[in-house]
Design a protein around this ligand. Sequence first.
Ligand SMILES: Cc1cc2nc3c(=O)[nH]c(=O)nc-3n(C[C@H](O)[C@H](O)[C@H](O)COP(=O)(O)OP(=O)(O)OC[C@H]3O[C@@H](n4cnc5c(N)ncnc54)[C@H](O)[C@@H]3O)c2cc1C
Length: 469
Amino acid sequence: MSSSLSSGVVNGGISFWYADDGLPPVREPLGGNASADVVIVGGGYTGLWTAYYLKKAAPFLRITVLEQRFCGYGASGRNGGWLYNGVAGRDRYARLHGHEAATRLQRAMNDTVDEVIRSAAEEGIDADVHKGGVLEVACTPAQAARLKEFCDNESAFGEQDRELYGARETAERIRVAGAVASTWTPHGARLHPVKLVKGLAAAVERLGVTIHESTPVTEIRQGHAVTPYGTVRAPYVLRCTEGFTASLKGQRRTWLPMNSSMIATEPLTDAQWESVGWAGHQTLGDLAHAYMYAQRTADGRIALGGRGVPYRFGSRTDNDGTTRAATVEALREILVRLFPSLAGLRIEHAWSGVLGVPRDWCATVTLDRSTGLGWAGGYVGSGVATANLAARTLRDLVQQDSGQAGRTELLALPWVGHKVRRWEPEPLRWLGVQGMYAAYREADRRERTTHGVRPSRLARAADRIAGRH
Ligand SMILES: Cc1cc2nc3c(=O)[nH]c(=O)nc-3n(C[C@H](O)[C@H](O)[C@H](O)COP(=O)(O)OP(=O)(O)OC[C@H]3O[C@@H](n4cnc5c(N)ncnc54)[C@H](O)[C@@H]3O)c2cc1C
């Protein structure tokens, strides 16, 4: 499943997290036609948390999860392990539904970080969780200007506990070369993505949910999830396929599969950690347009990610995480730019995954009451916590529709039932995304070399064309 790059880096193999924790044995595929009360397509965080909360709320429900490979095969088994309170589309939801509604969404996200930690602990899942908050650093004057704007915006959405640091205070926490400022929020934790998803699948099974793996769903339509081995009929069919959605019949242009790539280093020595700092185990990000995200793993490595090849023509998705050598090198360069003293550190593993990007970059959760078809996703790069909030919302939507419960606070959040237009057909889709990321990379380069304070016009134009703002 994995191949080696010439430098000896393990390439693909789904992700480093599986190399660390082991690939799971695969559960039995669907054995023929079947029926259920709720069928969930996709065994990532969204599908599994949905099964979890629904079954806990209504133990009598017959719930089946259908997964094309194995639970955690997608982004849920490959991500950067930032469990944090960001939600894609909040600012647009504020424009569409008012500031107060978007602030409620933000508060719900803040609570979700703790809900994931609480539920995992309740189920006995040890996912190496450390709630050290999120530290985001600025390394150029333009990034510092964006950082300030970002902090002001977060405060406006009710975040009173965010802190803003200068260069010295930043270095006291993590010694990132050239960092001029940073901001920290307590609403974030580092975790081991695979330990969480494996533990969650086991918890769901213990509750009595049926999981079939190696079972690709080819089509979803009212009352039916169709697979090569048979069809599962159910009044509710919930699509939880995120970055893979384009492979379903009729969904090619729904959410664009965007790639994100990561590297994991060899474990650092105590002396190396001494030189870097990072004693608080915060998740670490930056304010570049093509931003990076990183964590200090429980076993003392740095896992760092960013955009590699952002999008592949025709919405193609997966090859078990195989990553281009040029992307691995680009991520290594970011690591060395942040921490020059780690220039000799070996990169042990590189991998990639896909996330789902809607045309307006807004995460959504929906149940069409006329068909019983539901879905959640489009989280862009922040689904580790968001998937949990989406799952609890899907639970409430199904319970409300089936008359088991009334309207809840979660159902009043502005992302529920949001509609968005589809992506353009190819080649426009490919050209648009390539152009956007080329513009981001160029904008970052200019900001680094010119030291200007004003954010690059190029990046703002790319944002507008891409529909981000
Ligand atoms: C490299 C990378 C780093 C990331 N880092 C972070 C981070 O640090 N923090 C953060 O908040 N977010 C991060 N994300 C995003 C986050 O991981 C995702 O938003 C989240 O895991 C989505 O969960 P999901 O269950 O909706 O989708 P997935 O985990 O992708 O699960 C979908 C599942 O559906 C299955 N499936 C798809 N199609 C079918 C079908 N037709 N039939 C049956 N099964 C199907 C897939 O095999 C997969 O298991 C990252 C993503 C990537 C790729």
